[in-house]
Design a protein around this ligand. Structure first.
Ligand code: PLP
Length: 280
């Protein structure tokens, strides 16, 4: 695999980042994961807008303009012959002697790599996934997509140990989001409910696209916090993210949601999302 690091395209074994990189020492960096379908980036502009916002919130400069980033992304897709999968992009504040405050005159580190993956043909989406609830112990700015991901790492590991697919994070009894996706329930009355935007969750690019599609399809949508009890009592549930699109959730904490199978609205939204992505 060819990866990109600070201006160079290199075989992955030759790519190097300093041990003093602040991403490594402080998780002082941000990232994005864009989807690639049929060799093309999906909704990439929205990812770059969010990247800019994350950088601004951390008072960090981008080492490349959006158009330069797109050029690198497409070059990397080409060099790796990537047809379907994800493109990971990370910017850190760069390398400097270890000190908490921002260093002066440091060049940010820009890294990108591709991950080949079957996204359209997904057994998890066919079968639906099972989740457990895990307390959300993350920091107060989850709207910034930082590389500080220890809490979701622990949540996902707890899911693996419990023999399920993923974790839904909760705070004060309310679901915030999944370990690496936005979380939704569909009530027995047919209303799609997902956490409202704020500092408590990541503002998902797929979330925005899916809510738009739901509105266009005249589905009822409520953006508000919902409890674990409401989720347990829901007709359907699902999650969204760039590389998993819409994936049905069929059980929570060992209890089936609805009839324990992927629900019709979740399946329809997945189909609508994929159709739109392939047409874009
Ligand atoms: N929430 C969290 C915590 C995430 O890490 C992610 C992305 O991986 C998402 C939501 C979904 O965001 P997007 O749809 O932009 O991939």
């Amino acid at each position: 695999r060819i990866v990109y690091v600070n201006g160079s395209y290199l075989p992955e074994e030759d790519a190097k980042v300093s041990v003093f990189d602040r991403g490594f020492l402080f998780a002082d960096g941000v990232y994005e994961v864009s989807t690639v379908l049929e060799g093309r980036l999906i909704d990439n502009e929205a990812h770059l807008v969010r990247l800019k916002r994350s950088l601004n919130e951390l008072q960090m400069e981008s080492p490349a303009s959006p158009s330069e980033i797109v050029e690198i992304q497409n070059e990397l897709i080409k060099r790796n012959g990537l047809n379907e999968g994800g493109l990971y992009l990370q910017i850190t504040r760069g390398a400097a002697d270890r000190d908490f405050a921002f260093p002066k005159n440091t060049t940010p580190t820009l890294v990108m790599f591709t991950q080949e993956k079957n996204l359209l043909n997904s057994p998890a989406a066919e079968k639906g996934i099972s989740v457990i609830s895990v307390e959300d112990i993350r920091w107060g700015r989850r709207d910034i997509k930082t590389v500080g991901l220890l809490a979701p790492v622990l949540a996902k590991q707890a899911a693996v140990v419990a023999g399920v697919d993923d974790a839904w994070l909760y705070e004060d009894g309310y679901v915030t989001e999944g370990s690496s996706n936005n979380a939704y329930i569909i009530t027995k009355a047919g209303t799609i409910v997902t956490r409202n935007l704020g500092n408590e969750i990541l503002h998902g690019i797929t979330r925005r696209a899916v809510l738009e599609l739901a509105n266009e399809a005249d589905m009822e949508v409520e953006e508000r916090a919902f409890t674990l009890d409401e989720a347990a009592d829901a007709a359907e549930a699902f999650v969204t993210s760039a590389t998993t699109f819409v994936t049905p959730v069929i059980s929570l904490d060992g209890k089936a949601i609805g009839d324990g199978k992927p629900g019709p609205l979740a399946k329809r939204l997945r189909q609508l999302y994929i159709e739109q992505a392939l047409e874009s």
